[in-house]
Ligand binder design. Structure first.
Ligand code: 13P
Length: 355
């Protein structure tokens, strides 16, 4: 099959993912990363425990009211729930589209600044994506990471390489019917101010869409997953939520084409409450562009849920997940009242974070 064959379906899938009032649940942590999460609640990282945790998420009644898609790690896409039913069926039962992380991780980028990376996984991607589609996946994710440093990162080389990788990925999975979530994350590490983040992010996103143009990516069948425009975590000049919202929307308006149906932000180490408040403000201010502005959170949707579940308490885990999902759904419409849903305001930022 080809992109042309899937064009109408890609547009429909992207629209369904970006429907107003809904966002995406990112549960695509690698086996190693989910192990860190489980160890924080003293649960061993076994396949059965990963199944139990993710199975708890995917059987939360009513979750589909707030969540349009869930990004899975490959193991989960092909896994059965502890009750024997495929995880994919559990999601479909809630009206949630299954998605799949298709990149195979970050590698050092030769010739660039020491901290810079490229994102791997292009080899055989069209064929892999076809297998994922056959298994029920309807969208994909690829996370490229850029960092701002005092000694010149992101370099021209890293911006070009990561933009090109994202565009090649996007075109490749569209050939097999998957909507690409294009994720150029700018890490919060560093002491730079918000203006510098904005300048870098604008340049990076413009380069991504330039590369998409060259690769013939169907933009109506894509979503963008950026970080919010925030100052570096160690910056001496802090920004208030209103400034973050205004600067983020300004950056997006300067760089994201109107043909992209939705922008779904990552949480990137923000606390659960901050991630909801920033999103809510972005949806409360005047905007020129019409894309749907929503969320695709990992840590900011799972943190208090994990703590409530603690390996055994299904009802408490699901309640906490639904609370954050509802809060972010409200925020995606500009209706969230801060503190109206239980949340954690624990900062989830970890320097040098690897996903
Ligand atoms: P966070 O919201 O925890 O940043 O994760 C989102 C994600 O999918 C990163 O690739």
């Amino acid at each position: 099959m080809t992109l042309k064959y899937y064009a109408e379906e890609l547009k429909k899938t992207a629209k369904a993912l970006a429907q107003p009032g809904k966002g995406i649940l990112a549960v695509d942590e690698s086996t190693k990363t989910v192990g860190k999460r489980l160890s924080s609640i003293d649960v061993e990282n076994t396949e059965d425990n990963r199944k139990a945790y993710r199975g708890m998420l995917f059987t939360s009644a009513g979750l589909g009211e707030f969540i349009s898609g869930a990004i899975l790690f490959e193991e989960t896409l092909f896994q059965n729930h502890l009750d024997g039913e495929p995880m994919v069926k559990k999601l479909e039962g809630l009206g949630i589209l299954p998605g799949i992380k298709v990149d195979t991780g970050l590698r050092p980028l030769p010739g660039a600044n020491a901290v810079e990376t490229l994102c791997s996984g292009l080899d055989g991607l069209v064929e892999r994506a076809a297998d994922y589609y056959a298994q029920g996946a309807r969208f994909a994710k690829w996370r490229a990471v850029l960092q701002i440093t005092d000694d010149g990162a992101p370099s021209e080389l890293s911006i070009k390489e990561n933009a090109w990788g994202l565009a090649r990925y996007a075109r490749s999975v569209q050939e097999s019917g998957l909507v690409p979530i294009i994720e150029p994350e700018i890490l919060m590490d560093g002491d730079h101010d918000i203006e510098r983040t904005a300048a870098v992010q604008e340049k990076v996103i413009k380069e991504v869409y330039h590369a998409c143009q060259i690769n013939g990516v169907l933009l109506e069948g894509t979503l963008l997953k950026p970080s919010m425009t925030v100052p570096g975590a160690e910056s001496s000049t802090k920004s208030d939520p209103q400034q973050v919202a205004e600067m983020t929307i300004r950056t997006m308006e300067r760089s994201v084409p109107a043909s992209v149906p939705g922008i779904v932000f990552l949480s990137g180490g923000l606390s659960e409450e901050a991630a909801s408040i920033y999103l809510n403000l972005m949806n409360s201010i005047e905007r020129k562009a019409k894309w749907n502005v929503s969320f695709s959170y990992g840590r900011a949707l799972q943190h208090s849920c994990l703590k409530a579940w603690r390996g055994t308490d299904l009802a408490a885990g699901q309640k906490a997940l639904l609370a954050r999902a509802q809060a972010n759904s409200e925020a995606s419409k500009g209706n969230y009242v801060a503190g109206s849903q239980p949340s954690s305001d624990e900062a989830l930022f970890v320097a040098g974070y690897t996903y």
